[in-house]
Design a protein around this ligand. Structure first.
Ligand SMILES: Nc1c(N[C@@H]2O[C@H](COP(=O)(O)O)[C@@H](O)[C@H]2O)[nH]c(=O)[nH]c1=O
Length: 152
């Protein structure tokens, strides 16, 4: 692995704080979410009851699995809105968790890559040719915080 590149995936591995499964709580419109993963999956649903089930999932993995079991109820425009929702969630994660924001800034200028063998949209995918959208969002958020820090 090049020093110019940081790969992350599981929350308990090195750089695991970059994962959405990492326990970094956020509060949105007065509602608390244990991880960005809980929040992200809840946004797939319009029914408050289903959102609640995501919010109260015991682990991010449980929210992930539950959202797949409820695939028939996912909002129709999900593919169109998921990127912006993820960007919002990741931004909030680092706005609201200052220690993690500092760690994120310390990863610069490395390229951040979600090392997911099974996700070629959010991660690098099995053949390392995925879109790595989560890594791109993290770098975009890092750049925004970096600019803010320079102007303080
Ligand atoms: N599957 C996975 C991670 N990948 C995460 O799964 C989410 C993708 O959800 P979806 O858009 O429904 O396919 C997204 O947050 C992505 O970063 N991360 C982890 O630590 N462990 C996992 O097992």
């Amino acid at each position: 692995m090049s020093v110019n590149e940081i790969r992350f995936y599981e929350p308990d591995e090195p750089y695991g704080f970059l994962s959405n499964f990492y326990p970094a709580p956020i509060k949105v419109d007065g509602e608390c979410w244990a991880t960005t993963e809980h929040f992200y999956h809840a946004q797939k649903f319009t029914e408050p009851e289903l959102q609640r089930r995501m919010q109260t999932a015991r682990t991010p993995c449980e929210a992930f699995k539950l959202s797949r079991e409820l695939a028939n109820f996912v909002r129709r425009d999900w593919i169109d809105v998921r990127y912006d929702i993820m960007h919002f969630a990741v931004m909030e994660k680092f706005i609201q968790n200052h220690d993690l924001c500092q760690l994120l800034l310390e990863t610069a200028p490395a390229t951040l890559i979600e090392n997911s063998p099974c996700d070629s949209y959010w991660g690098c995918g099995g053949k390392d040719d995925g879109e790595n959208k989560l890594g791109l969002i993290l770098m975009s958020v890092r750049a925004q915080f970096s600019v803010r820090t320079q102007h303080v």
